[in-house]
Design a protein around this ligand. Structure first.
Ligand code: ADP
Ligand code: MG
Length: 239
């Protein structure tokens, strides 16, 4: 099933062309890394996928639907983790997830059971009553990801989800999300400027100055550029 299809997407901020004709597709249960340096247009692309911006040109469909015609249905099937942290630090994990779950019409026992299952899955079960402020950076990120999964989405988009984490926490988070994609059939679009986070991705899309300069499996990208590893491939393909 096609989860996301974009064709010829363009977006400018005044004279700055942030996206310059982007084609991108994502299939069910795939873990796709969107790799590009700062300013490449990753966050702009995410805002468009999330339906917060309308592109200046091009087509975007999610699950075969468009934001213009079926925004609520798309949002029901999608989870979003933005680059900037957006959990309430003074509320507990449970209160944060409960608030978000209510937005999707979850209530009462069903909502609590969903929260407990997600807390368990992310190793937060002992911490659900603690204010988010008292958690480590890695745990706070997991709360955001758990929250984005509350509606059992078919697609989750994550914009630099590892920002601010140390290397072991970053690695662990990547592994958790890959497992999620595989076992729970969630398609994941993971944006980052760090090559090591997408070395094990199913596909990697390299974005530079608003253009997709290369895409494919890590192995294909390495072969295509005659490099030894993905870091070298990234350097040579992105100039
Ligand atoms: P990334 O997330 O890959 O760092 P962004 O999508 O944030 O890239 O930015 C892409 C380009 O658009 C950059 O040149 C950035 O400076 C510019 N840009 C992003 N947001 C705005 C904005 N709100 N107003 C003006 N320029 C912006
Ligand atoms: Mg960004």
């Amino acid at each position: 099933m096609s989860v996301l299809a974009m064709k010829g997407v363009e977006k400018s901020y005044g004279a700055v062309k942030a996206l310059d004709g982007v084609d991108l597709s994502l299939e069910e249960s795939r873990f796709v890394g969107l790799l590009g340096p700062n300013g490449a247009g990753k966050s702009t692309l995410f805002q468009i996928i999330a339906g917060l911006f309308v592109p200046d040109a091009g087509e975007v469909s999610l699950f075969g639907l468009t934001h213009r015609e079926d925004g609520p249905e798309i949002r029901r099937r999608m989870g979003v983790v933005f680059q900037a942290r957006s959990v309430d630090l003074d509320m507990s994990i449970r209160a944060n997830l409960r608030f978000h779950g209510r937005l999707f019409g979850l209530r009462g026992r069903a909502l609590n059971a969903r929260i407990d299952a997600l807390a368990e899955q992310f190793g937060l079960a002992e911490l659900v009553s603690r204010p988010v402020r008292t958690l480590s950076g890695g745990q706070q990120r997991k709360v955001e990801i758990a929250r984005a999964l509350i509606n059992d989405p078919d697609l989750i988009i994550m914009d630099e989800p590892s920002a601010g984490l140390d290397t072991p926490s970053r690695r662990a988070l990547v592994a958790d999300i890959r497992k999620l994609a595989r076992e729970q059939k969630v398609a994941v679009l993971w944006a980052t400027h760090l090559v090591d986070e997408v070395e094990e991705a199913d596909d990697v899309v390299m974005l530079v100055k608003g253009r997709v300069v290369a895409q494919g499996t890590p192995e294909a990208l390495i072969a295509q550029s005659g490099a030894d590893d993905l870091t070298d491939a990234y350097s040579s393909l992105t100039g």
